[in-house]
Ligand binder design. Sequence first.
Ligand SMILES: [Zn+2]
Length: 204
Amino acid sequence: MNTLSLVSNASFLIYAMKIDLQLAENTKQKNCPSCGGKLHYARYQRKGRIGDLEMPADREGLLDWDTFHSLCCTREGCRKRVRPPSVRFAGQSPYSSATLLLAQLLTLGASQKSVLALCKILQVSERTVRRWLRGWEYIHAKSIWWRRQGSIFNLNGKSLHELWILLQTQKNLEESFKYIILNVAELWQEFKFYVGYPSPAKDA
Ligand SMILES: [Zn+2]
């Protein structure tokens, strides 16, 4: 199995959904960041784009891909909305943040043929993928997340693509993939894509 077939594998969707549920539950347990009150779920539907991927019929008891696990403070007078980190939604973008990162990982070292194959799976233009790539270069280079990866893997000036290659010398492809997905929520959150709670309408 190569990286491209892993991205196009539906089990990736189930995995991302499980992570999102766990991330939301962790956020819920921390209570309201404003007043310390209890949080409850105030889920809503977001339109998520998963390209050509087919959602598995058996979702292992998980909700729909389009269900966003938003939280709300239960305390009267506060009622703050809290947005848990997500690997399915990159801020206001309908694209999965994991998808975005993987697209970037692939395009960084990929042949033109692989880039076009990826565009086909995700049903996006090559221009969109290139735009993600530019955004990524800006984001990851400045992040605490990247510095942390640097110290874990002794990267020392290496690129993201080199991290991807390095990961695969230590883990198998599937484990590397899961590692990247798990880490992506933290990265997006660091860059405050979640600031200014967007109205669901913006996701449409
Ligand atoms: Zn509160």
